[in-house]
Design a protein around this ligand. Structure first.
Ligand SMILES: [Zn+2]
Length: 384
């Protein structure tokens, strides 16, 4: 059993509480949170704020080796089915893929992520490669695999945390029927899909199926969450809410490809669970601080009102809810995944609001304490 004493953001509402004692058992689970004094293993200075470890709700970690080869290209030219990413990924060596994933996982840990959701390409092999590499990192990867042949859906699902479909054109009635029955047999597996990422994709969906992609996705009743929903209209957001589906937006990625800022205020107003992700490593580093600040600043420019606290929740509490796992909160029964940020660092000093300081000013270098499943990853100020 270990105990951490700190000022912390507690529970699903990230409520600021001073001087809490957090007890963690041998399995890395938080067993008690109290303000009653306890013998302490890690006593964080009063200038620190302890928050849940970040959860990146959408990545593609294998494409790091293609960094900065697609800026200026359209979405389709960069990451479309015939685009640069897939051509180069499919002709890459296993060593290139391994080095790519290694680089991405190192960045995720360094930047304060303790969990990420990855849409893993390359079928069963792709899933297994990432899962094996993860065993060397203080990082939880929820891997959403993708089938590459007609018959490998079950194998992909068995090895992964669920499935991540490319888009509406990658599914049909038969695939959806199989996915539904596999999900019923494998409770706890989660299924996601990219939707409404560009107007072009929506018009292709309309000309092929006579319906926009979100409506089609909702009709299937198989998916737990959708990624992007950048061009979702009000009716589509209502439909997603009605179907109890969550939405993961990737604002940096959308704007990188010259697309629109996602309708985050409308998503939150409908009480749809919102996660935020950094998407392809080839276009953007997995940096939670850049993602949060970028989202808040661009929301203003798009006339959307969202709060720093909601944005912080969307990379901590909310993805935990989407994954249906006890992660992303400092709460009894949850995994002891934390980061501690020193609010006295020059970036953050004088700030009158913790949520704004963490989302709009902090940087990875402000992380002074990091813990994954109750095990210390880093403590810069540790005195021994
Ligand atoms: Zn994606």
């Amino acid at each position: 059993m270990i105990t951490i004493c700190a000022n912390a953001l507690i529970g699903p509402n990230l409520e600021f509480v001073q001087g809490v004692y957090i007890q963690v058992d041998e399995q890395g689970i938080i067993v008690e949170i109290t303000q009653e004094q306890k013998p302490t293993t890690y006593h964080l200075p009063p200038s620190y704020i302890l928050i849940p470890g970040f959860v990146n709700a959408h990545t593609h970690v294998a494409d790091a080796f293609l960094k900065d080869q697609v800026y200026g290209l359209s979405l389709d030219e960069a990451v479309g089915p015939e685009g640069l990413k897939h051509v180069k990924l499919n002709s890459s060596t296993i060593e290139e893929q391994r080095e790519s994933i290694q680089n991405s996982l190192e960045m995720l840990v360094k930047n304060g992520y303790t969990t990420f959701f990855d849409f893993r390409e390359q079928g069963v092999e792709g899933v297994v490669l990432l899962k094996n590499m993860l065993t060397n990192f203080p990082l939880r990867g929820l891997v959403f695999g993708r089938s590459i042949t007609k018959g490998d859906l079950e194998d992909v699902l068995n090895e992964s945390n669920g499935l991540g479909f490319v888009d509406i054109f990658a599914v049909d009635k038969e695939i959806m029927k199989t996915t539904k029955s596999l999900k019923e047999k494998n409770l706890g597996k989660i299924v996601g899909i990219h939707v409404s990422e560009s107007e072009e994709l929506i018009s292709n969906s309309l000309s092929k199926y006579g319906k926009r992609d979100i409506e089609l996705v909702c009709d299937y009743s198989v998916f737990d969450y959708v990624v992007h929903a950048t061009y979702a209209n009000e009716d589509e957001l209502s439909l997603l809410k009605e179907k109890n589906m969550s939405v993961i937006c990737c604002p940096i990625s959308s704007l990188y490809y010259g697309l629109k800022f996602p309708p985050i205020e409308s998503i939150l107003r409908r009480k749809i669970i919102l996660g935020l992700g950094t998407d392809n490593i080839l276009s953007s580093n997995p940096d939670p601080f850049r993602l949060m600040a970028f989202t808040l600043i661009n929301a203003r420019s798009d006339n959307q009102k969202i709060s720093p606290k909601e944005v912080l929740k969307s990379i901590t509490v909310n993805p935990g809810l989407i994954a249906k796992k006890k992660i992303g909160q400092i709460k009894e029964g949850f995994s002891a995944d934390f980061i501690g940020i020193n609010l006295e660092n020059h970036n953050l000093k004088f700030s009158k609001d913790i949520y704004t300081a963490v989302t709009m000013r902090a940087e990875p270098s402000d992380i002074g304490f990091q813990m994954y499943k109750g095990r210390l990853v880093e403590w810069k100020d540790q005195k021994s």
